[in-house]
Design a protein around this ligand. Structure first.
Ligand SMILES: Cc1cc2nc3c(=O)[nH]c(=O)nc-3n(C[C@H](O)[C@H](O)[C@H](O)COP(=O)(O)OP(=O)(O)OC[C@H]3O[C@@H](n4cnc5c(N)ncnc54)[C@H](O)[C@@H]3O)c2cc1C
Length: 337
């Protein structure tokens, strides 16, 4: 067993043989930032100040995302006592629960987006934070991750927005074979993508495609708790038909003067007759807010969008620790560096 010390807080916890840093922190009730748990998205990246680690599956680690001394807490297995540079997220570490659930509703929202409503067993209530995700466990021990699209105060069911990935084995199955009343095995809640509601700053939410899902949960939660800072939602998609809930953000903007909505199309169809914003969604953010020093920014969706946004927003004055992201990584074994 090794002793792990967090810097700068000095907080300590123990790591059992074979456990990752993230697993041991969670067992100790310490909530460190994390996302995909595949050493791909970079959310759990931190600095090793002293000690040695190894990775169980070094090939699965996306070394491109690592700088000097940087490690992924979700995959790093200590080989000695360690000191790591990391702050906690400010929420209590939650134990994720595995439970069956029933598909109550399957609704096509757009050509390649389906909405599922899942019902948990009556005796099961799972507290979660708006913006977190769940894993669907498949028969062959694989998992697929999807963000929870509803806020915790509306937890009668769990809402998901799922994009049909071309050639994707599970989303193919979801679109073509999954039926209402089918039973899924899910694990939730997961991830640390949620609104830092104590921060006294305006927020910018940037979603790409179905990256709208966790942002919808965050916005509904913000309204529910009376979060009164300005909220700017930028939703980037290819064409108009990809804005799969077109009226909802418009309705939010009508009812909440501190909420502002900007849809951005990267390649509008001629038939869209689009008069609104075009281009990359992160560029639209910068056009409207060239100085980001006063904001917290939340991004969810394709990893490429998050990477571009993170770097551009940082250059616009936004400190790295005020950029929160949920990269929709899908590959458990990214290409080596
Ligand atoms: C934390 C987290 C939250 C997520 N939330 C959502 C969500 O709310 N809604 C949602 O639609 N998706 C979400 N995703 C992405 C989703 O998990 C994947 O799209 C899904 O697992 C694909 O499964 P599949 O079996 O169909 O594809 P696979 O069979 O696993 O993949 C087949 C091939 O398709 C390609 N591919 C797979 N997924 C994607 C993708 N997302 N984008 C581009 N190419 C892909 C790759 O080339 C891959 O090798 C999330 C991912 C993470 C990590």
């Amino acid at each position: 067993m090794y002793k792990i010390t967090l810097s700068p807080s000095g907080k300590e916890f123990n790591c059992l043989p074979g456990e990752t840093l993230l697993e041991s922190a969670q067992r100790a009730g310490i909530s460190l930032e994390y996302g995909c748990r595949n050493a791909a998205c970079g959310a759990c990246k931190g600095r090793l100040l002293s000690g040695r680690i190894h990775y169980k599956d070094p090939e699965a680690v996306n070394h491109k995302k690592l700088g000097d001394q940087e490690i992924f807490y979700c995959a790093a297995i200590p080989e000695s006592d360690l000191c790591i540079d990391s702050t906690e997220t400010g929420i209590l570490a939650q134990e994720a629960l595995k439970t069956p659930c029933k598909v109550m509703q399957k609704r096509i929202l757009a050509q390649d987006v389906v909405q599922l409503r899942l019902k948990l067993p009556d005796a099961v209530r799972v507290p979660f934070h708006a913006g977190q995700y769940l894993d669907i466990h498949l028969a062959d021990d694989q998992v697929r991750s999807f963000s929870i699209a509803n806020a915790p105060h509306q937890d009668d069911d769990i809402e998901l927005h799922i994009r049909h990935v071309e050639g994707g084995s599970y989303t193919d199955y979801l679109f073509n074979k999954l039926n209402e009343k089918d039973i899924l095995r899910i694990e939730l809640p997961l991830g640390t993508f949620f609104l830092r509601e104590d921060a006294d700053r305006p927020v910018i939410l940037v979603g790409g495609g179905t990256g709208f899902a966790p942002l919808k949960a965050i916005v509904e939660h913000a309204f529910h708790i009376g979060f009164d800072q300005p909220i700017h939602l930028f939703w980037g998609v290819r064409a108009k038909q990809d804005l799969y809930m077109p009226d909802l953000p418009l309705d939010w903007a009508r009812r909440h003067p501190h909420f502002h909505y900007t849809p951005v199309l990267s390649s509008p169809a001629a038939t869209d007759q689009w008069q609104g914003r075009t281009g990359f969604v992160h560029q639209a953010v910068l056009e409207d807010h060239p100085d980001l020093r006063a904001f917290d920014v939340y991004m969810s969706g394709p990893p490429v969008m998050i990477k571009a946004g993170r770097s551009a927003f940082h250059q616009a004055g936004l400190p790295q620790d005020r950029i929160f992201s949920d990269a929709f990584e899908y590959n458990a074994h990214p290409e080596p560096a």
